[in-house]
Design a binder for this molecule. Structure first.
Ligand code: PLP
Length: 354
């Protein structure tokens, strides 16, 4: 085995996906599986499909390209770059949009490629990331989209709890439903989809407060970490350790807890502060800031305290550990969402599927 590595349990991911898909199904909601946190790794994406997601979605075209052999519709989550319009048409079936000029370019490329590209128009309900904020603008953009060839407007959607931290509620999501009905009336069209957000919307199901007409959620974190993200509550009967980081110890020494000499700046230009805890048993592991941030790893051994990190070194206090660690031993960590994202992105962290 080579280290550092991230051990990915496909069985646990499939289990989590099934549980969450079932929960959504009971509320007439289809699940779009979001693959960006694991960089669109096809084995994991395929597992999500086996677990019942109907669409695969990612923010980056590069990741959707990796998924092209998997036979379900692909959705581009981040608003398309005009410069990538050609690839957006080629590798995604659906994209989330809010800019008319981009949609016009997509239309041009769709006609060139003889395809029909589906669009979900994004509405900003107050989180202040993507989406049209002004209701009149929504109607204007819809009227323009309807004139375009190669483009089909299939619904509207929103994204919350990403920038502004705004929590989805019956009230704000009902506004989305109302806008959808107004569009249908005004233009005499039918929209199939109301895409009601990400893993932060899941708690509304349990609370029984999801507006009835919301019929799609785009879920990533809840599947990989088994928790909703409005309040960070875990979801019943799911795993929180589908991804496990394993690193190797390269030094163990008894050393003081405070550096010796005048304290200048650390490797990242910050002036570190230290508390004197006397002599401690310190272990250095071969992983660093380039691969994961220390705030994103949680040791399985509860007696380990994380002391610090430079680009390529992770320093642990193992004074209180019952286990007698030796050079070459492994230390295992659970990961946060940011942790999974970083280790999956780092080419130095091996990916092992179990
Ligand atoms: C990342 C993302 C999601 C998924 O978010 P999770 O919190 O991982 O469920 C959904 N929609 C959009 C637009 C996103 O960018």
């Amino acid at each position: 085995m080579r280290y550092p590595c991230v051990e990915i349990s496909l069985d646990k991911i499939k289990h989590n996906t099934r549980e969450i898909v079932e929960l959504c199904k009971r509320n007439n909601i289809n699940v779009t599986g979001v693959t960006k946190v694991f960089c669109g790794e096809p084995k994991i994406a395929k597992t999500m499909v086996e677990g019942g997601v109907q669409i695969l979605a990612d923010s980056r075209i590069e990741n959707l390209i990796k998924l092209k052999e998997i036979n379900v519709p692909k959705m581009l989550l981040r608003l398309p770059m005009i410069s990538q319009a050609d690839e957006v048409i080629k590798y995604s079936d659906i994209s989330l949009n809010s800019e008319l000029n981009t949609i016009k370019e997509l239309s041009k490329k769709a006609v060139e490629q003889n395809k029909e590209h589906k669009i979900i128009l994004m509405v900003d309900l107050g989180d202040l990331r993507e989406g049209i904020f002004d209701e009149e603008e929504i109607f204007f953009v819809v009227s323009e989209i309807l004139k375009l060839d190669g483009i089909k407007l299939i619904g509207i959607g929103t994204n919350l709890t990403c920038y502004g931290g705004v929590i989805p509620k019956y009230e704000n999501l009902s506004k989305l439903v109302k806008i959808k009905m107004n569009i249908e009336k005004k233009f005499n069209i039918e929209l199939d989809i109301i895409s009601g957000g990400n893993s932060s919307s899941l708690y509304l199901l349990k609370a029984g407060e999801m507006p009835k007409k919301i019929n799609q959620l785009r879920l990533g974190e809840s599947i990989v970490l088994g928790r909703e993200t409005a309040y960070g509550e875990s979801i019943e009967n799911t795993y929180d350790d589908c991804f496990k980081l394993i690193v190797e110890i390269i030094e163990i020494k008894e050393k003081p807890s405070v550096p010796i000499g005048e304290i200048g700046m650390d490797a990242f230009g910050n002036k570190p502060k230290f508390i004197d805890k006397g002599i401690m048993k310190r272990a250095i592991c071969a992983i660093g800031k380039q691969d994961v941030d220390l705030g994103d790893i949680i040791p399985y051994d509860k007696n380990i305290e994380i002391l610090g990190e430079s680009s390529d070194h992770l320093i642990l206090d193992i004074t209180k550990c019952e286990k007698n660690y030796e050079i070459g031993d492994n230390v295992e960590f659970k990961l946060t969402y940011g942790g999974i994202l970083k280790v999956m992105t780092s080419e130095y962290v091996k990916k092992n599927f179990v």
